[in-house]
Design a protein. Structure first.
Length: 130
């Protein structure tokens, strides 16, 4: 029997972020699937929800689709009192042997982000807004 002694990383709220060519057309498509707007500016990005599923639509902001984690937010985008700061997650990711491809702020407080790439080059964004 083996024992897992690795501490579980608390990554935050999860969503899939799609890069889209036509924000309005993409929003209309997901609305037909029962998604409703949670937040967004309606011109460059929109976050949609259907139950526990969250989809972000981004026009002209990213090159590829990606997984997104938001430390400090609950599933409704509300700030949590307790969470693992994105800089601590960065430390844990590096300790696990994963090198980030982008880091916005490794030492400050408040909003910050970093991105890693999985073995196939798929980006995974850790984006803290609080």
């Amino acid at each position: 029997m083996t024992t897992n002694t690795t501490k579980t990383m608390m990554l935050g709220n999860f969503s899939v972020s799609f890069t889209v060519k036509d924000l309005a057309a993409s929003m209309a498509f997901y609305e037909k699937l029962g998604f409703t707007k949670l937040t967004g500016d309606g011109q460059g990005w929109i976050i949609l929800r259907n139950g526990a599923a969250t989809v972000g639509l981004f026009q002209g902001m990213f090159e590829r689709n990606m997984l997104t984690f938001n430390p400090g937010w609950d599933a409704d985008g509300r700030a949590l009192e307790r969470f693992t700061d994105v800089r601590e997650l960065l430390r844990q990711v590096k300790a696990a042997g994963i090198e980030p491809v982008m880091v916005s702020d490794a030492t400050g407080k408040g909003p910050a982000s970093f991105t890693v790439a999985d073995p196939d080059g798929n980006p995974v964004l850790f984006d803290q807004h609080v």
